[in-house]
Write a protein of this length. Structure first.
Lengths: 114, 116
């Protein structure tokens, strides 16, 4: 199993550009999440999904869109990038039938917005 | 809303010694889970240890153990026989049960340095 994969690993954008961060998991997990990590603030939840077609906002959703058309994929879209979105982004997945609460993280994407 | 606080931005320990990282949390839920994650320079998030709130017994994983004080809402991590490979950022995290399940709330992190 590849676990949770994220692409790209690094990305530089100009203000106003759009892009999609890809996340995929091959563990048949129902739950998937996106977090951002900023210095001194730990990780914060952006968006969350409990299954295909079901998404919910987290703590910092503004400026980001998500959709979940399949169990495996959970892409994160930045429609108009801003310097405040410079961060490291992590995707995670979990299953309520697994070890309770345990989440599996992808390797992260470092995004810089100029 | 739940909050997680790590009051030690940095800690250091000598190799083979013991170190304790502190974490406090605030919640009104009765069903929840607590975690310690390790993040080495590679950036990968690695689960170190987990604790279910309904269990009174403190979790242990090899050299890692927790002191879970439910009434005080405290969840500290003890690393025994510290090794150079333990050097990393450590995050305390919380998730609730029910509709909160799977949504992690993280503390600010503690950078652990291990001196040879």
């Amino acid at each position: 199993n590849a676990g949770v994969t994220q692409t790209p690993k690094f990305q530089v954008l100009k203000t106003g550009q759009s892009m999609t961060l890809q996340c995929a998991q091959d563990m048949n997990h129902e739950y998937m999440s996106w977090y951002r990590q900023d210095p001194g603030m730990g990780l914060r939840l952006i968006h969350y999904s409990v299954g295909a077609g079901i998404t919910d906002q987290g703590e910092v959703p503004n400026g980001y869109n998500v959709s979940r058309s399949t169990t495996e994929d959970f892409p994160l879209r930045l429609l108009s990038a801003a310097p405040s979105q410079t961060s490291v982004y992590f995707c995670a997945s979990s299953s309520p039938s697994g070890r309770a609460g345990e989440q599996f993280f992808g390797p992260g994407t470092r995004l810089t917005v100029l | 809303a739940q909050t997680v606080t790590q009051s030690q931005p940095e800690m250091s320990v000598q190799e083979a010694e013991t170190v304790t990282l502190s974490c406090t949390y605030d919640t009104s839920e009765s069903d929840y889970y607590l975690f310690w994650y390790k993040q080495p320079p590679s950036r990968q998030m690695i689960l170190v240890i987990r604790q279910e709130a309904y269990k009174q017994q403190n979790a242990t994983e090899n050299r890692f153990s927790v002191n879970f004080q439910k009434a005080a809402k405290s969840f500290s991590l003890k690393i025994s026989d510290s090794q150079l490979g333990d050097a990393a950022m450590y995050f305390c995290a919380y998730t609730g049960g029910g509709t909160s399940y799977g949504k992690l709330t993280f503390g600010q992190g503690t950078i652990l340095t291990v001196h040879p």
